[in-house]
Every structure is written in structure tokens, then in C-alpha cells.
Design a protein around this ligand. Structure first.
Ligand SMILES: NC(=O)c1ccc[n+]([C@@H]2O[C@H](COP(=O)([O-])OP(=O)(O)OC[C@H]3O[C@@H](n4cnc5c(N)ncnc54)[C@H](OP(=O)(O)O)[C@@H]3O)[C@@H](O)[C@H]2O)c1
Length: 228
């Protein structure tokens, strides 16, 4: 069917004041030292892990499953060792040596716009990435979800940043939200938050239903919501 899309989960680590990085935007560590195992399990349960362009360029994340046991369990279920890595970039000027492109093995899917030149697309394809042009200035996220579904992807884990999270939430493309709340305050009006962009009127607020709250060690909390 035309409007079918994968189940989409956002995982984010934020400070008590909702920031997902400092104003320096250098990928500050927010989670507790043990929280990577929970995130690793979420990745291992997903068919794809999706990130926005600024997170890709700023953090160059690996996005692979760290645990050998979890990778082997995926393979024994007939899945690839790692979920597909998905980048949403208006202009795909990624370094060919980036960890996002090279660390694997993993299928790499890049969704971009007409702003990416044919030469840039050719270079990414040479590195083994599958490149899709969906949109003129911004990537059409509804079309991305449809395309992922058509590629057989049924569970997507979104790992930021705030602009991408907000755009997906606004479009009604998110089903669940996992928030790690660290006992920290970064402050700063320009520090990214878990949902940025232009904001919503209070009557348009995205409503959530609490599923669970758990202590995560080192004073952190993991809050799990359904998006209504
Ligand atoms: N704590 C955490 O859990 C966590 C997780 C991830 C990231 N972060 C932090 O978040 C910050 C980055 O977040 P960010 O908000 O600046 O950027 P982002 O959400 O990572 O990326 C936004 C970019 O995605 C591209 N894009 C293309 N089409 C889009 C569309 N329709 N909707 C939304 N985005 C679209 C654009 O790329 P172009 O720039 O190519 O136009 C846009 O600039 C960094 O500081 C990073 O360290 C924190």
C-alpha cells in the first residue's frame, strides 16, 4: 500500500534542560557509561538507524552494533550483522573516508536532494552507498519512509539530531520516543534541543503517553513514551 511506513523510534540523550549538546556542538557526552548497552540493543532490534546531516558531519557516527553477541544473534535470525545506516542530507558532501560510509559491514542509504551534484552522487556510489534523490531543497521525509518500507525496512531507530527529530515528529512519522535524561544542565539558548526547528503552537503540541520510567545509573533516567 502507498502510505505504509516502518515503525519509527527516536532515541535521544538530553540534559534536564532538554539540550542534546552544548552550544559548542561537538557531540558532548550526555549518557551514563552503561547506557550504550541499551542503545546497542535498540540498534540491534532495528532494520535501519537514521541520522540528520549535521549530526553526520559533526559526529561522523559509526552507527553499528557494538556487541558481537547481538550482531551474531541478528545473523542467526537471517539479518545482516548491522542495521542499514541511513543519512538525511540536503547536500551530500560527505568525506569518502567518513566512518559513516566505511565502518561496517553495513548497508548505507543516503537520502538527499537536487542540491547534491551528479559527481557527488557518483563518488558516494563508488564507496558502496545507495543514494536516493527525494526533494529539491530539503529531503522529503514522507517519501523517505515510504522508500525505506519498499526496501523491506520495518523498524527504524532515529538517532538525531534535533532538527531531524522535530521534522519527523511534526509530520506524524514517529511512534515511540526513548529519552535518556542526564542529571546535567548545559543551558544556552543556542544549544540544540531534542526537537528544534521552528516550533509549534501550544494547541499543536505533539502529545505523548508515558510507557515507562527507569533509573539508568549515575542519576540518569530512561523515559519511554508512545507518540499519540
Ligand atoms: N544527545 C543526542 O542524543 C544527540 C543525538 C544526535 C545528535 N546530537 C547533536 O545534535 C546536533 C545536531 O542536530 P541538528 O539539529 O543541528 O541537525 P540534524 O538534525 O542532525 O540534521 C539536520 C540536517 O538534516 C538535513 N535535512 C535534510 N532534509 C531535512 C528535513 N526534511 N528535515 C530535517 N532535516 C533535514 C539538513 O542537512 P543539510 O545540513 O545537509 O542541509 C539539516 O541541516 C549536534 O550537536 C549533535 O551532536 C545529539
Amino acid at each position: 500500500m502507498k502510505n505504509e511506513r516502518p515503525r519509527v523510534m527516536i532515541n535521544v540523550a538530553m540534559t534536564v534542560d532538554g539540550k542534546i549538546d552544548t552550544t559548542a556542538r561537538r557531540g558532548a557526552v550526555i549518557s551514563s557509561s552503561g547506557d550504550w548497552e541499551r542503545v546497542d540493543r535498540l540498534r540491534a532490534e532495528s532494520d535501519a538507524v537514521l541520522v540528520g546531516g549535521r549530526t553526520l558531519r559533526g559526529e561522523d557516527p559509526r552507527l553499528t552494533v557494538k556487541s558481537t553477541t547481538l550482531r551474531e544473534a541478528r545473523q542467526s535470525r537471517g539479518q545482516d550483522a548491522n542495521p542499514a545506516k541511513v543519512g538525511i542530507v540536503s547536500e551530500a558532501s560527505l568525506s569518502p573516508d567518513s566512518r559513516f560510509l566505511t565502518h561496517g559491514p553495513a548497508r548505507v542509504l543516503i537520502f538527499t536532494t537536487g542540491r547534491t551534484t551528479p559527481a557527488q552522487i557518483a563518488r558516494l556510489r563508488e564507496r558502496g552507498a545507495e543514494v536516493f534523490v527525494l526533494g529539491e531543497r530539503r529531503v522529503d521525509l514522507v517519501a523517505v519512509m515510504r522508500a525505506l518500507y519498499e526496501l523491506g525496512i520495518r523498524r527504524v531507530l532515529v538517532e538525531g539530531g534535533g532538527t531531524l527529530n522535530a521534522a519527523l515528529l511534526r509530520l506524524g512519522l514517529v511512534d515511540e520516543l526513548f529519552v535518556y535524561v542526564a542529571p546535567l544542565i548545559f543551558a544556552g539558548a543556542d544549544a540544540p534541543t531534542m526537537a528544534d526547528g521552528t516550533g509549534l503552537a501550544s494547541e499543536d503540541a505533539i502529545r505523548l503517553r508515558l510507557r515507562s520510567v527507569a533509573e539508568a545509573g549515575e542519576g540518569g533516567l530512561i523515559v519511554h513514551y508512545d507518540v499519540l
